[in-house]
Write a protein of this length. Structure first.
Length: 201
């Protein structure tokens, strides 16, 4: 049984009610973000009380950590779905992944991901710590697996470059909303992945 601030806190991770509330809290975060998260409005929106949230999750920070972990799983699932059809080339992998990520129905999920990513880069300690590094690892591993037959070092370089490109364009997408223009950029940039590697690669 974990101890927090000198008080024993029961482990409710197997509780169906806890799982249900985590789903609702994640949906709330996708819609409203986490910047000014307060337990009272969150509890009202999820049909419970702040006391129950604290009882099941331990603290506000612990709840945020759970939401962030759920966000990471959603990102991985997004990428997996986008690449499920096994595109014939890495060039097509990049295009298909962008098409899926920039779809209007993904905006809330992407906004939450980028909010958590940028907050984890600050000096403020808290539930955000490590989020950016962990998500980079998640994405790089998936993108490396999408390059069968490519040497690991080269696959990692391409994966990191792809992630940097898409992350930057997703920020522009949220800021300007020009999905068509950004898609042209992805198309032009992805052509390089179909070229014969140079000696430096």
């Amino acid at each position: 049984m974990p101890i927090r601030r000198g008080v024993a806190v029961s482990d409710h991770r197997g509780s169906p009610r806890r799982a249900e509330l985590l789903d609702s809290a994640y949906a709330y975060a996708v819609e409203h973000g986490l910047a000014d998260l307060s337990l009272r409005p969150l509890a009202a929106a999820t049909g419970t009380s702040p006391r129950v949230l604290l009882y099941l999750f331990g603290s506000k920070d612990d709840l945020v950590r759970e939401i962030l972990a759920r966000s990471r799983r959603e990102e991985v699932d997004l990428v997996a779905v986008a690449l499920a059809a096994r595109p014939a080339s890495y060039e097509l992998v990049v295009r298909r992944l962008w098409a899926y990520l920039c779809a209007a129905e993904q905006r809330g999920t992407i906004r939450l991901f980028l909010e958590a990513y940028t907050r984890s880069l600050g000096a403020e300690p808290g539930p955000w710590v490590g989020f950016a590094e962990q998500t980079i690892g998640d994405w790089v591993e998936i993108l490396c697996r999408a390059q069968p037959g490519v040497a690991r070092a080269r696959a990692e370089r391409r994966a990191v470059g792809t992630l940097a490109l898409l992350r930057g364009l997703l920020l522009d997408l949220l800021a300007r909303g020009d999905a068509a223009g950004l898609t042209r950029i992805v198309t032009e940039a992805s052509v390089r992945y179909g070229e014969k590697p140079t000696e430096d690669e």
